[in-house]
Design a protein around this ligand. Sequence first.
Ligand SMILES: Nc1nc2c(ncn2[C@@H]2O[C@H](COP(=O)(O)OP(=O)(O)OP(=O)(O)O)[C@@H](O)[C@H]2O)c(=O)[nH]1
Ligand SMILES: [Mg+2]
Length: 338
Amino acid sequence: MKVQKFRAKTSMQALAQVKEALGEEAVILSSKRVKEGSSWVYEITAAIDIDPPLQDCKVREPEGFSTLLREIEHIKEMLTRLDGSLRPKSSFYYHLLAQEIPPRVLSLFSNNGHLEPESFLKLLPQHISRKVGLCEFPRVQFFVGQGGVGKTTSAVKLAARYMYQGHRIALISLDTVRIGAREQIERFAHILEIPLFFVRKDHELVKTIAELEQYDYILIDTPALGAFFPPTRLLRLLQGLNEAGLHLVIRAPESPSVAFSLLEKLKGLTLVSLILTHSESLTLGGPLFWILSPHVPPVSFISTGERVPEDFERATSRRLLGLLLRNLELERDKCTKT
Ligand SMILES: Nc1nc2c(ncn2[C@@H]2O[C@H](COP(=O)(O)OP(=O)(O)OP(=O)(O)O)[C@@H](O)[C@H]2O)c(=O)[nH]1
Ligand SMILES: [Mg+2]
């Protein structure tokens, strides 16, 4: 900051000096009359901020610098990917692509496309082991997914399983609109003697759960994800609850693009596991490789048919390996050279 004093016969003259010397940005610090020799004059003390604001420099410089670094890293990543995509891949790599394994999952096995059956089979169990679900789930578990995938039956199957293990279980259904939904879950709950509660208004859920404190686990069946039951509604429901998580119920033969877009829509929600249904109708394991993607939650259960509660298995590495390799052709001599 530059501080300067200006003297003149009149205050207007002193001000004019200030403007001329320091410009329009000058700040008047004081103004008074002082004696100069035998006469009185006006003295104005003015200042101007000539240094750039220190704080701004400190913040801006590293920020700009780190943005630049991030951009360089991003460009490096892009170039590496581009380099990988331009290089010729092994015939085995193309062979797996032809069997519908998503490219983004294949890149987990080899980032340059030089994949051979030996290395693929060596890495596969490692990737699978990361996707085998834990046994511990939150006390309140929601079953979510698209229409008709097996949410209700999976909720009842897991409820029965918990019950056989000696846990106290309650079922809640939020599906009070779809015709036949109420009767369907009521029938299962009645046969298996599991207490069932219906919640019609979202704000009643917290209260209903609070009244069920004697139960070890509360399993919540939901309507199909869509316009009536969007992820935003789920998010609001979850916000009022502690110890709650979602099982994403999805058909094992579902296409990777549908699965990825569903996961994208559910981003930000606490997905504790995947439940793979209709596994018995999976004809080719290749498309199911989407489950190995890093952001996909582990698989907890595999549903193998319509029978309630029997057709429901805990996911194991061996079982997932079997599904992923179903009808997958791995022989090197069957690969076409490219
Ligand atoms: N074959 C086979 N059928 C299944 C499996 N899981 C569920 N189902 C059947 O699929 C149909 C739909 O199952 P639900 O549990 O009602 O599905 P949902 O997701 O609750 O359906 P909505 O509530 O209408 O969205 C029923 O006939 C089930 O018996 C499975 O793993 N294999
Ligand atoms: Mg249902």
